[in-house]
Design a protein around this ligand. Sequence first.
Ligand SMILES: [Zn+2]
Ligand SMILES: [Zn+2]
Length: 286
Amino acid sequence: MRRPDLHLHTTASDGQFDVWQVARLVARADVTLFAITDHDTLDALPAAADAAYERGLAFLPGVEISTEGDEEVHILGYGVRHDDPVLNEFFRTMREDRVNRVRLIGEKLKALGMELPIEEIIAGAGSSVGRPHIGRALAARRFVQNTGEAFDRFIGKGKPAYVPRLTPTAAEAIRLLRSRGAVPVLAHPGEIRWPMERVLEKLTEWQQAGLMGLEVYHPANRGHCADWDAIARERHLLVTGGSDFHGEGTSHGMIGETAAEWPNALQDAWKLYRLAKQNESQGVTL
Ligand SMILES: [Zn+2]
Ligand SMILES: [Zn+2]
């Protein structure tokens, strides 16, 4: 069965496989239209386009932006240009902030009597260094039993060594993507643990900011896809879906799996493809 998968990660962020390996798995899963949506980077997109071309697959360049609020919300952007100077500068600043934040957490921990080799941790973790790396280092030195305890006692939100991140709000990420000619889509609404009423209120606010779609068919929405589908269509939002594949044996989905429960998968996916391609080539504010 021909099917789409519009949410895939590679080694450019926290995926297990590079774009060439992902493209091979995509072809093997009989996925004919796919998107690469790495976290906060466009680095994999040129190679992904080449890999797709080589295998005769339709490809949409994408990105998944982490945003900050009282709940972490992810915004997918489709039709981004890999050489977009504004987006690349934006992600570079986010990466720098990640590293600076880890250094600040290290200083706070040192003041609490727990010294860690912060520069070594940063060098070992690469551009996606974060609190999990600190948590593991604290556990390795027996300051805590495990990473969970590290978050609960020291590095979780509101704890003595917590440092906030310089991430955009969801509305800011949506506006940024629109201003660069991309199509913003709210990722995995099922992962947002707010009461439904609050989510719907926020959806209205995000639509006012320029949100164009809802990722209805995602493993985190399982059991509630029909509700999200109805909500999206009633609000004239694009319906999208993807596995959020990160690799084999991870807690995320496997390539192509969400399309099985997605009644209008091809129509919905090609509609997004058309809009995103249109915007990508125009490169102007909608
Ligand atoms: Zn996500
Ligand atoms: Zn993802």
